[in-house]
Design a binder for this molecule. Structure first.
Ligand code: ADP
Ligand code: MG
Length: 281
């Protein structure tokens, strides 16, 4: 069965803290990702996007629901099972400065997951060379340290490291949010190209609807711990089914200053209603 989902997230609840102080960051979220599919997860800060990514990676306290990968339940995978998943599920974080060990050369950063996974040194070196080509970094990068690179180049290293074991899924958590707009565009194009060439799937988290639209086949809109809308990015931009999706569209920056001013005005119009406390039933 080729169309069986790669990742199944079924009614997942995540709670931080316990008892009366417990905070429910995910309130029953369901989402499937097919092999080779890129699903964007968009929503404002604090809506629970990173929490969903962490739940998939085994880094969030899942209180209820089920997560399966390749048909296997991984909801509470620990120890050896969780370590084994690292070959299949990888992650790219927002901060290209904090996520790379400053004392390791790029060559070691990329080879380490391979040798730890049992690959011989010679094969590891060949794979590292292939990865540098894929992310368009010069081969001479292997002898350099992370601080010799710009933010965009570091994010290329982080992407290469995520890809080096040929995973089937990469959780990308705001991977271009720390970069300037021009660099964002080139890194997003790289994500698209790598997806096409390798057939990897992405769970691609961003607060920016414009960013996920560009990369993803499908977009899920998160609001206060719930998915309120799922559809093609085009459809969510043109005809948002949920008022919150429209607000996200208006919050996404555009290059044309006049259009940007108009967006901001419209966004401010929506603000009062959305920021008011919910009416008591
Ligand atoms: P997003 O990525 O959409 O900005 P997060 O998933 O990081 O949102 O956070 C969702 C909510 O959960 C926020 O209200 C945040 O304060 C809370 N939260 C996240 N991580 C923790 C944690 N480790 N402990 C307690 N609360 C947390
Ligand atoms: Mg986040």
């Amino acid at each position: 069965m080729t169309d069986a989902p790669l990742l199944e997230i079924d009614d997942v609840v995540v709670e931080y803290g316990r008892g009366r102080k417990a905070f429910r960051a995910l309130r029953g979220v369901s989402l499937d990702i097919a092999p080779g599919e890129c699903v964007g997860l968009v929503g404002e800060s604090g809506s629970g996007k990173s929490t969903l990514g962490k739940a998939v990676l085994g880094l969030a306290p899942v209180a209820a629901g089920r997560i399966a990968f390749g048909g296997r339940d991984i909801t509470h995978a620990k120890g050896a099972q969780r370590r084994g998943l690292a070959a299949d599920i990888q992650v790219v974080f927002q901060d290209p400065y904090g996520s790379l060990d400053p004392a390791m050369t790029i060559g070691d950063i990329l080879a380490e997951p391979l040798t730890a996974g049992g690959l011989g040194r010679r094969e590891a070196r060949a794979r590292v060379a292939e990865m540098l080509d894929r992310v368009r970094l010069p081969q001479a990068s292997v002898d350099r340290l992370p601080n010799e690179f710009s933010g965009g180049q570091r994010q290329r290293v982080a992407i290469a490291r995520a890809l080096v074991r040929r995973p089937r899924l990469i959780v990308c958590d705001e991977p271009v949010s720390a970069l300037d707009l021009t660099t964002q565009a080139t890194i997003l194009d790289l994500f698209i190209e790598l997806q096409r060439d390798t057939g990897v799937s992405y769970l691609f988290v961003s607060h920016d609807l414009g960013v996920v639209r560009r990369v993803c086949h499908r977009v899920a809109v998160m609001y206060r711990g719930e998915l309120v809308e799922t559809g093609a990015g085009e459809q969510i931009t043109r005809a948002p089914a949920h008022p919150y999706s429209e607000r996200l569209r208006l919050a996404s920056p555009v290059a044309d200053p006049a259009a940007q001013r108009a967006r901001r005005e419209a966004w401010l119009q929506t603000r009062t209603a959305w920021d008011a406390p919910a009416p008591v039933a």
